[in-house]
Every structure is written in C-alpha cells, then in structure tokens.
Ligand binder design. Structure first.
Ligand SMILES: *[C@@H]1O[C@H](CO)[C@@H](O)[C@H](O)[C@H]1NC(C)=O
Ligand SMILES: *[C@@H]1O[C@H](CO)[C@@H](O)[C@H](O)[C@H]1NC(C)=O
Ligand SMILES: *[C@@H]1O[C@H](CO)[C@@H](O)[C@H](O)[C@H]1NC(C)=O
Ligand SMILES: *[C@@H]1O[C@H](CO)[C@@H](O)[C@H](O)[C@H]1NC(C)=O
Length: 796
C-alpha cells in the first residue's frame, strides 16, 4: 500500500515538541491531527486536500437533500465523488466530523453519532489524504489504523486493492448515493461475483456474473497503468477485468459499479480543454464490459424483478446503457424511479369463474421475453391457442409464444428483456378500452357469486356449497372454455380432470413411489399430452366422506391458489372410489432432505427458503379468497423446485381428512415437534398453528438440525429450548458453529432466532401473523425482543 509514513524526525517533533500543532501541521493542509473538525455548511467550507490537490475530503452537498462526507476528485469541475462515509444517511447543515483518539466521528446537527471509523481499538494519532485519494489514519507509531481504500463504496481507484470479503455496492441512482441494487464482491472463497441485492434487504441475491475462481482468487488489483485484474495469492493474474496498452499518466481514472449493475472503467484527461473533457468510458478492445449485456444477464429465479424491476422490460440503448420501459397497459410505479417496476393500469381479470374472453385483448411485442416464473408451459400449440389459453385463465397476465411453445406468466412477471438475440414474442393481456370493470354483460351468475361472498362469514360448508354451485353454473353455461383444455373444471382456473386409467398409465401402474404418509401415497409420473412434464400423483386414502361434491369443492379451492411458493395443483381424479391429486413435480425433493442431509446448504439459500415458506403461508392465510390453514407444516411438506425455491405442498387437505387423524400426531418422547400446543389442549385451532410450526422449521433451517435429536447433549436435545437458551445467554454463535457464512451474518441469525421465538409462543395470540413474520424475515419491520418461553416441562 502506497502510504508514505512520516519521517521519524517529523514524527518526533509531532509527538514530543512542545508546540507541534502550530509548527508542523498548519502548513500541511492534507494532514489532520486530534482536534481537527469540519462542519457541513451551505457556505463554502475548506476541505482537506491531498498534497497534489487532486483529491479532497470534506462535505459535499447532494442536491437539497443534505451533505455527504466524501472524498472527491477536486481539480475537475464535476467534483466526482469516489468514496463516502454516510451514503445511506445524509446529514444536514451544522453536522460535524472530528478526529479524536478513536478516529473520525461524524455527528449530525443534533450531535447524534452518524458514522465513525472502526479502528478495532487501535488508537489514532493523525490522518491525511494521499495523492491516490486514499484517506488514511495512523496510530502513534505511524502504522495505518484505518483507510478508506479498505472500505470502498462503489468506486475503485488506481492503486486500490479489493481483498477477500470486501465489496462494492452500487448507488441507488445516478444522483442518489445510498446503497442500491447491485453488489460486486470478492467472496471469502476467492470467487469474484456480481449480485443483485434483494431490496430492502442487504443479502446478496442472484449472481449474474462470476469469475469462477473459487479457491484461487485472492485480490482485485487496479494498477496505475489502468489494468484491473484478479490475482492469486502468489501474484499470478487469474482474470483481467480491464487491460490497457497505453500510458494512463495523463488521465484520471476510476472504476465503478454503476447503478445499472454494470462494472465500468472511466478516464478523464487531465488538464485538457475543459469544454471537451469529461469522463469517458474506457473499454479494452478484447474485454467486454462486465457483464456484457445487463438486460439478458439478470435472469433467473429470485432476481428481485430482473435488471429493471417487476412487470417492466430492459433494453440496451445505442449508448450501451440499459433503458427500462413498461409494456403497453402498464405504467411506472414511480416515474422518477423506473427500476421500481411497473403496475397494471387496468383492472385485473377477476377469478370469479366468469367468461371474460371479450373484455381482454393482446398486445404483442417481438423479441421480448420474461424468462422464468412461468407457471404453465405447453408444447405443440399455435399462437391462437396460446392466446386463448391465457385469455381464459384469470392468473395469466402475459403469454410468451416461441416456436410452437407457450408459457404463461402471472403478475408480477420478472426479468423482462427485449433483445435482438431473442426469438419469439410476448403477448401482453390488457383490458379493452371500452370494457369497464362493471361487466354490463354479467347475468345471474354474478348474483350467485355475490351471494356467495356475502355469506363468506358464514359456515365453511355453506361457502363450499356456493362455490361448487357457482362453479357448476359457470361450467355448464360456459362451453367456450371447454375448447381450451381437454377437461376444464371451471373457467378461470386450470384444473384438469384425469381418468384413473390416464393416471395409471402416467405413473406406469403406480410404479415409482415418492413418498408415503398416513393419508396418502405419492407417485412419480409423466404426462403424455404435454412435453413429458413430470408430475407427482397423490393417492388419498381415508377421506372424511366419500362425498363427491365435497371432494370437488375442496379441490377447486386448492386449484384456485396460485403462488410461487406453493406447489401447483394441476388436476385431479375423482372416479368411483379413487381420489387422486396431480401436482407439479418438484425436482429437488423436500426441505427435510435439503437441511438434514450430509452437506450443509448455503446460509443465504436457507434464509431464502425461510422467506419463501413464510410468503407461501402468508398467501394461504391472508391472500387467497378462502383462508387455508395448512395444519401440517414440517420440512417434509416443503418442497424445492428446480431453482430451490421453497414450495409448500399438501395444503388445503386438512378438511378432507378425518379429524382424529390430524390429531394423532402427538408428541414423541416429550417433544412437541411441529404441532402447536393448542392441538393437545383441545383449544380452538386457528392459522396460528401454522405460525407455530413455521417457527420450529425456521429454527431447523437456521441450525440445519432436527428439532429433536436424541444423541445431542441433554441441554441441546430439543432445539427450540436450546436456541432459546443461546438467545437468552447471548451466545448464538454456539447454534451455528462450523457454519462460517452464518457466523459472519450473526446479526441476522439473531434476528431469525428472535422471529422463531415469537412464532413458538405458547399463547397463540402472542404469535405474529404470517404477514408480520414475512416482513420481519425480509427486514421491512423490526423484530421486537420476544417474551420468555415457558419451560417445556411446565407446559405439559
Ligand atoms: C471521541 O469522540 C467520540 C464522540 O464525541 C466519543 O464518544 C469518544 O469517547 C471519543 N474518544 C476518545 C478516546 O476521546
Ligand atoms: C435514495 O434512495 C433510497 C432508496 O430508495 C431512498 O430511501 C432515499 O430516500 C433516497 N435518497 C434521496 C436523497 O433521495
Ligand atoms: C499493470 O498491469 C499490466 C498488466 O498486467 C502491466 O502490463 C503493467 O506493467 C502494470 N503496470 C504497473 C505500473 O504495474
Ligand atoms: C386505449 O386507450 C389508450 C389511451 O386512451 C390508447 O393509447 C390505446 O391505443 C387504446 N387502445 C385501443 C386498443 O384502442
């Protein structure tokens, strides 16, 4: 590191001369000592300058929003900021930065501490801003105790090194410096990765570019000649991010992770003609920008909407920058901030089982796609068929048609991109201009549904009957929907009716068992009609009643659910004595295999699984038309799809099963397992039973172990007890021993354990709702300190 330590004689003077401050310091404006202070002010304040005066440190005013304590390039009119202390927390006039024995401290106008340098207890004697732009603090023996080069914001400068575990975080927008949506991180394992950040969380999310240097990457170096490369520990260059052939002496340089997620290098001619100078993107011939195309790079599950946010699409413009736009029928949620995504500006199709075909039309966009997140896929169909299928499906907002394939998407659709490399088209379903949501063509069917909703507070049975009635009417009055699916059940939902023979064939005579539970056996199968889609066929035994109506009504209720964290029901069979349910096949098995298996899955993936499961339950409890209480949340019932997204299965079945059966899951050897205490006490059961079970699953996810482990030490046998003890004794590290990633994220571990403790409160009314749980896990609301848990022996 290029720091020029003070000559010893000067140091001697500084430390021991009776008048050091006045003689040695005042003439060197780039050096600061104890007592140094700068105040944010609308009037010009004199910043601290580097000896060359090329860099300065002080307060910069950011529009009218406040001040940023920053380092900037001082000789150019742009005063480009290359580092800042309080990017997420602008301060107002009167705020101050001072240097004392513990380092630099920024306080706001009310003396509240906003930021301070973390010198890990090493004292600070003086500081300076170097000609490289590095702000450095030294201790009494002139060793570096803190430097801004080690705490980069979004920019790297020549001579700066990004070491393992360090990252750049893009700013939110061009002129908003707060932490934005992208992360450039040299992970502790040596892999250099670009991630999306899941707003407003801080967790890395979707990796859209990787150096693939796990195990070997050591540091990212930006050298004076403008080369940026990833080095191994022995100095070997593993990968160039940028390369130059000419001298860069006459240029200012910087490399920045920009607010669009692209890592770019810029140069600025020194002392050139001020009218023609300015920052120019520098790109070596042989190396594309990173990533080469941001629009198509961010595409996968969990990208938080993609390069441009939900319901929007991304395009690379002539200037090589991305543009975010809304499809026809959609407008920006926040026009001043396009990356927040788009919203429908028409009333969405309702799922009341009516015929809406003439109220909606399609707007077609060539070379456009919203990859991933489709919930249905058909092969060997034509465009007309694809449109019809989307039109008659209330969940379908966009259909992608390519080749002879058709994919259906629901809102919010993600990863939108328009690019010449894409074939096929997107068909956007929009409400026709003259079709008010009042539906003048509604007939008595709507009256029926209306009565149904008026009575929703009445008995469940009544509702089911009404639902069934509504469905039957819709079904018989609406022959059109019949043309679309071979065996539609109700328009607006996509349930297929299978014959027993069809399923017998699809499962090859119920050959391959996937699972076997108390009330059902699950088999793997393949559907011949569609592209060989894999299915899971659940054969139910022991039903409450053999009543066909009740079964069908339940199945329709399940079929109406549609959420990315639920396993989707495809269809059913209800023939003679046979009751079968047909689901999508989940390729990655159950959460139980995932977390109790031999290799511990990644902490961030586990957190996402917890969040996904919470979202799925929140949907079942509060967002679907009839509340569904799962009653049997456990890792075996949470499945993982191709992308390891958590998908809850077996919901909506509770009512189909005999009551005593759900109540037989009594505790084993004194553990309560996943089952909420109210089951044992014959108290009324509410959605809070699922919250309880979720709390236990959350602990298991955090610790990757079962709630009950007979081989564990006595005080650790029951995870919920042990976790509470660790939380209580402020010793959470014990819970995640040997899990480096979780250890490094111990604050979040604590938060998650607190959420779990809230969930497993004995008193159901104390437990949060799944909505609150979701918000706490996604860190949009704070987690309060949970109450004590009564000891388990006392609760039985
Ligand atoms: C430095 O200043 C901060 C804030 O004013 C104060 O909390 C801290 O104790 C001071 N440190 C020393 C060593 O004086
Ligand atoms: C910058 O963006 C963040 C994130 O949206 C927002 O919370 C903050 O208020 C913005 N800051 C300014 C100064 O506009
Ligand atoms: C910077 O790195 C490039 C590429 O490895 C090399 O050619 C050049 O000599 C280096 N410059 C300095 C000043 O080290
Ligand atoms: C519907 O109205 C909007 C605005 O009035 C117009 O831009 C759009 O072209 C119209 N669409 C059709 C299909 O008439």
């Amino acid at each position: 590191m290029a720091s020029s330590p003070l000559p010893w004689n000067l140091l001697y003077l500084l430390l021991f001369s009776p008048f050091p401050q006045s003689s040695a310091i005042t003439c060197q404006t780039h050096r600061i000592t104890k007592g140094f202070s700068l105040t944010a002010s609308f009037n010009k304040h004199v910043p601290l300058e580097s000896p060359s005066r090329e860099f300065a440190f002080g307060f910069q005013r950011i529009k009218s929003d406040g001040f940023l304590l920053a380092v900037w390039l001082n000789k150019i009119p742009e005063k480009t900021i290359v580092w800042s202390a309080n990017r997420d927390n602008l301060v107002q006039e009167g705020s101050k930065v001072v240097l004392n024995d513990s380092g630099l401290i920024l306080t706001d106008q009310t003396d509240k501490r906003i930021w301070h340098t973390d010198t890990f207890g090493v004292g600070v004697s003086y500081g300076e801003i170097l000609n490289t732009g590095n702000l450095v603090l030294y201790d009494q023996i002139s060793a570096i105790s803190w430097q801004s080069f080690n705490e980069p914001t979004d920019t790297l400068l020549p001579k700066q090194i990004l070491s393992r575990g360090k990252s750049l975080v893009a700013r939110y927008s061009e002129d908003n410096y707060s932490s934005g949506r992208f992360l450039f991180m040299l992970e502790s394992n040596g892999n250099l990765v670009l991630y999306t950040r899941n707003f407003p969380q801080n967790a890395p999310n979707y990796a859209y570019w990787k150096s693939e240097t796990e195990g070997s990457g050591f540091q990212v170096m930006f050298n004076e000649s403008g080369a940026i490369y990833l080095q191994a520990k022995n100095g070997n260059i593993l990968k160039y991010l940028s390369m130059t052939s000419s001298s860069m002496k006459d240029f200012y340089q910087r490399a920045i992770l920009e607010n669009d997620g692209v890592f770019r290098q810029y140069v600025y001619p020194k002392g050139g003609d001020p009218t023609s100078s300015g920052w120019h993107e520098f790109r070596s011939e042989s190396l594309p920008s990173i990533p080469p195309n941001i629009c198509t790079s961010i595409s996968g599950e969990d990208t938080a909407g993609g390069a441009c946010g939900f319901n929007s699409y991304c395009r690379i413009g002539v200037n090589q920058r991305r543009t975010c736009s809304c499809p026809s029928g959609y407008t920006f949620i926040d026009p001043s901030d396009p990356v927040k995504g788009c919203k429908q500006n028409f009333e969405a199709q309702s799922c009341d089982g009516e015929d809406h075909d003439d109220l909606f039309e399609f707007y077609s966009m060539e070379q456009t796609d919203w990859p991933y997140g489709d919930y249905q896929h058909f092969k060997e169909v034509d465009e007309e068929w694809c449109k019809k299928a989307c039109l008659s499906d209330c969940f379908c907002a966009v259909a992608i048609f390519r080749g002879r394939e058709c994919w259906k998407k629901r809102v919010p659709f993600a990863n939108g991109m328009m690019d010449p490399s894409l074939s096929g088209k997107a068909l956007i379903k929009v409400r026709k201009n003259d079709s008010s949501p009042g539906h003048p063509d509604k007939n008595d069917r709507s009256v029926l549904v209306l009565i149904g909703s008026l009575l929703l507070s009445g008995s469940v049975f009544m509702n089911l009957l009404l639902l069934l009635a509504a469905f039957l009417v819709a079904f018989y009055l609406n022959p059109k929907s019949k043309a679309i699916q071979p065996n539609p059940v109700a328009s607006g939902i996509n349930l297929q009716v299978f014959t027993y023979e069809e399923l017998n064939k699809a499962t090859n005579k119920f050959n391959e068992q996937l699972g076997n539970g108390a009330f059902a056996t699950v088999y793997k199968g393949v559907l011949p009609s569609e592209d060989g889609n894999l299915i899971a066929v659940k054969k139910l035994h022991h039903l409450v009643s053999e009543g066909e109506r009740e079964f069908k009504a339940e199945v329709i209720a399940i079929g109406r659910t549609n959420h990315r964290n639920l396993v989707q029901l495809i269809g059913f069979c209800n023939e003679d004595q046979h009751r079968l349910l047909v689901y999508e096949f989940m390729s990655n098995g159950s959460l139980a295999n995932f977390i109790f298996g031999p290799s511990r899955p990644n902490w961030h993936r586990r957190m996402r699984t917890a969040q996904g499961t919470a979202r799925g339950l929140f949907y079942l409890h509060e967002e679907c038309s009839i509340q569904i209480i799962h009653c049997d949340i456990k890792p075996q019932n949470i499945l993982l799809d191709d992308f390891y997204t958590a998908r809850i299965s077996d919901f909506g079945l509770a009512k189909l099963l005999k009551k005593d059966q759900t109540r037989t899951t009594t505790g084993i050897r004194g553990t309560r397992g996943y089952v909420a205490p109210e089951w044992f006490k014959n108290l009324p059961v509410s959605a809070k039973v699922d919250v309880y079970s979720f709390g236990i699953v959350l602990l298991e996810l955090i610790c990757c172990r079962k709630n009950f482990e007979a081989e564990a030490q006595e005080n650790q046998m029951i995870l919920s007890d042990w976790a509470y003890d660790c939380y209580h004794d402020r010793n959470l590290k014990l819970l995640v021993e040997n899990d480096e990633e979780a250890m490094a994220d111990i604050k979040r571990v604590e938060k998650y354990v607190m959420v779990a403790i809230w969930c497993i409160q004995e008193d159901p009314s104390l437990r949060p709702t799944m909505k609150e749980v979701t918000q706490m896990l996604e860190e949009t609301i704070e987690v309060a300190v949970p109450p004590d848990l009564p000891s388990f022996t006392s609760s039985f």
